[in-house]
Structures are given as C-alpha cells and as structure tokens.
Design a protein around this ligand. Structure first.
Ligand code: ZN
Length: 113
C-alpha cells in the first residue's frame, strides 16, 4: 500500500512547514488528488490517521479534493477529460493522448493553530 509512504511524505512536509512558519498544531489538511495519480482516497484516509498519530497533526481532519484527469489529444488539438491512464480520447477515440493534469497529489492548504 503506497498510500502509507505518501502519508509519511505529507507528514514530512507538514513538519517542515511547522518549523518555517512556526505553528504547533495542524487541525485540517486539504489534499488535492488527481484522478490519474493512482491514489486510493479511502486508503489515504486510513493511512493518514495512522501516520499522523503522535505527531503535530494527530487527530487532524483530512479533506480530499478530487481533481479530474486532463490530457492533450493530438488529433483533436485540444485538452480532453480522462478518468484513467491509457484511456482513449472521449471525442475521437485516439490513443495519442498526453497527460497534462490530474496526475499529481499535493497539499493545497493547512489549517493550523
Ligand atoms: Zn481526440
């Protein structure tokens, strides 16, 4: 389950931010997760609670913001929405798609005190 190491990465970022910004507790974490990031939101929630336990984000709320997948279609010459990697273009059925968005996960915001 790679969500566990992703959550550990999130905790590292939070700890670094806490040092530079000088906050002591995190109440809410907003995570943006792209549809193509290969991250399971439910697994993420499960791991989040476990990883944050005993840290400055112990008991913090996890808010997941799902971002749609976006790809550039060569034949159409424009961006189209895709829900999975290796999907075909929903307009023309082409495989000549290049992923341009929704393949990442990042911390959007932290509510701290
Ligand atoms: Zn197309």
């Amino acid at each position: 389950m790679h969500e566990m190491s992703l959550c550990e990465g999130v905790l590292h970022i939070i700890e670094r931010e806490a040092r530079t910004q000088g906050f002591g507790r995190v109440k809410t974490v907003w995570l943006e997760i792209g549809a193509l990031a290969g991250v399971e939101p439910e697994a993420m929630r499960f791991c989040f609670d476990a990883v944050m336990r005993g840290s400055l984000a112990d008991g913090a709320r996890l808010e997941i913001i799902a971002l749609p997948g976006l790809a550039w279609c060569l034949p159409c010459g424009e961006n189209v929405g895709v829900s999975q990697l290796y999907d075909v273009c929903p307009r023309c059925g082409s495989h000549q798609l290049q992923i341009v968005g929704g393949d990442q996960m990042r911390i959007k915001e932290l509510e701290v005190e």
